[in-house]
Design a protein around this ligand. Structure first.
Ligand code: SF4
Length: 417
């Protein structure tokens, strides 16, 4: 009995350590996975089931994941990482069977809908990748688990192992870690940018190939149907926001990534002297996500985002990047809500994609007044200086020197929301 309790405690303790160690990885949100279900009593798990939801995926779906590391032992020595070889942290390790069992048990209790599994590098990249893959294999082949699986893949591992992992996982990710090659060389000396990009490129090719095969043969195997994602650490090196956004745009373009995640560098115990002493403001991470959104959904390019930055190449923290851009390019405003193109309307601060869609639809039937626009959006105050409506013209408002101060959210609101 005491042996069982001891074993349970050990498992719980390891879970505590390895779940805590995984919290630094932001690249685990899920979206766009193929729908699977266990209707008809076949298989376990579902990617469409209702459960406890902890995170919103970009497509609006809620999904909760068991997010852990297989182990936080690591033979690499990335300066920014609490699990690096030289770190004095508590170590723990699961076997693939244990992670598979935990996943199934948590799933059956409705705690989770899927698994996000990453790992420190143990023994070698190939050995680690084999263990990650084996976990997914047990889940899929032995437990017939049909929930969501996201595997972090190891770029240095044999491509055949990554290939196999992609056949079990819904999504795979390979972290580029730092926005610049110089940053990577300085802070992650065991990693190689060419190797990381090579793995991203191979995965992209394989995903496209699998999609193509599925079009021609209905039973062709799926390969990472929810695509690949990556993560960049922000604030550990001196790359500014313009450089980070530019790198992210390149990654989307070159490797067909579903998402680039940003993770604000978090100071760690016994940190190396090459690291900054403080974490960057969390708002910086938020502004980068907003810029990412502008590029993916609002027709902005990385150069537009760079134009919105301050002298140091970083985005302002007190206002969002779209407003920062509009304040710098006031000559482009005001735009006429009844005549402007979709692209012009999408540049108006305070108008989201949904509101623009509604405006375009509504103005087919009547000329819109400011009040009509007000009904379609959250706050009219932000858009007023940038819009012309049937009964509204901002006259001097767009050129006011204190416009930024008028539109910037109050400091208290910024902290809270
Ligand atoms: S490879 Fe680097 S980032 Fe990954 S766990 Fe090891 S030390 Fe940390």
């Amino acid at each position: 009995m005491s042996q069982i309790i001891h074993k349970q405690q050990t498992l719980r303790e390891r879970l505590e350590i390895l779940a805590d160690a995984a919290k630094y990885d932001a690249s685990c949100a899920s979206s766009g996975t193929a729908k699977k279900n266990s209707l008809g009593g076949k298989g376990v798990g579902s990617t469409e089931g209702m459960g406890i939801c902890h995170a919103y995926a970009p497509d609006g779906r809620c999904i909760s994941l068991l997010k852990i590391l297989l182990t936080n032992h690591c033979i690499f020595d990335c300066h920014y990482c609490v699990n690096r070889k030289s770190s004095n942290t508590r170590r723990a390790k699961f076997t693939p069977q244990e992670v598979a069992d935990l996943t199934i048990n948590f799933y059956k209790r409705n705690y989770i809908e899927g698994l996000f599994l990453s790992s420190g590098i143990i023994k070698s990249s190939n050995h680690t990748m084999e263990q990650l893959m084996e976990t997914a294999r047990i889940l899929r082949e032995e437990y017939d688990f049909r929930g969501y699986i996201h595997l972090k893949t190891i770029p240095e591992a044999d491509p055949q192992l990554i290939e196999q992992a992609g056949l079990y996982a819904d999504r795979v990710s390979i972290n580029v870690e730092l926005p610049t090659r110089a940053g990577l060389t300085k802070l992650a000396p065991d990693k190689d940018e060419a190797e990381i990009e090579g793995a991203l490129a191979k995965t992209k090719t394989r995903i496209l190939q699998a999609k193509d095969e599925r079009k021609r043969f209905r039973h062709a195997p799926r390969f990472a149907p929810a695509g690949q994602s990556t993560q960049m650490i922000v604030g550990a090196d001196d790359a500014n926001d313009a450089a980070i956004v530019n790198r992210a745009a390149g990654l989307y373009g070159n490797f067909g990534l579903r998402r680039v995640y940003y993770s604000a560098f978090s100071p760690i115990p016994d940190a190396s002297a090459v690291l900054p002493l403080k974490r960057p403001p969390l708002m910086r991470e938020h502004r980068l996500y907003q810029s990412d959104w502008l590029i993916r959904f609002y027709g902005f390019g990385p150069n537009d985002v760079a134009d919105a930055t301050e002298k140091d190449g970083n985005l302002p923290l007190d206002i969002d990047p779209k407003l920062a851009w509009a304040l710098k390019f006031r000559g482009q405003f005001p735009v006429d809500v009844n005549r402007a193109s979709k692209e012009q309307l999408l540049r108006v601060p305070g108008l989201g994609t949904t509101a623009v869609g509604r405006i375009l639809k509504a103005r087919r039937y009547r000329r819109l007044r400011l009040e009509d626009v007000g009904r379609l959006i959250q706050s009219i105050a932000k858009v007023r200086p940038f819009l012309v409506a049937a009964d509204w013209r901002p006259t001097q408002l767009t050129d006011r020197a204190d416009l930024r101060a008028m539109l910037a959210p109050k400091q208290e609101q910024l902290e809270l929301f």
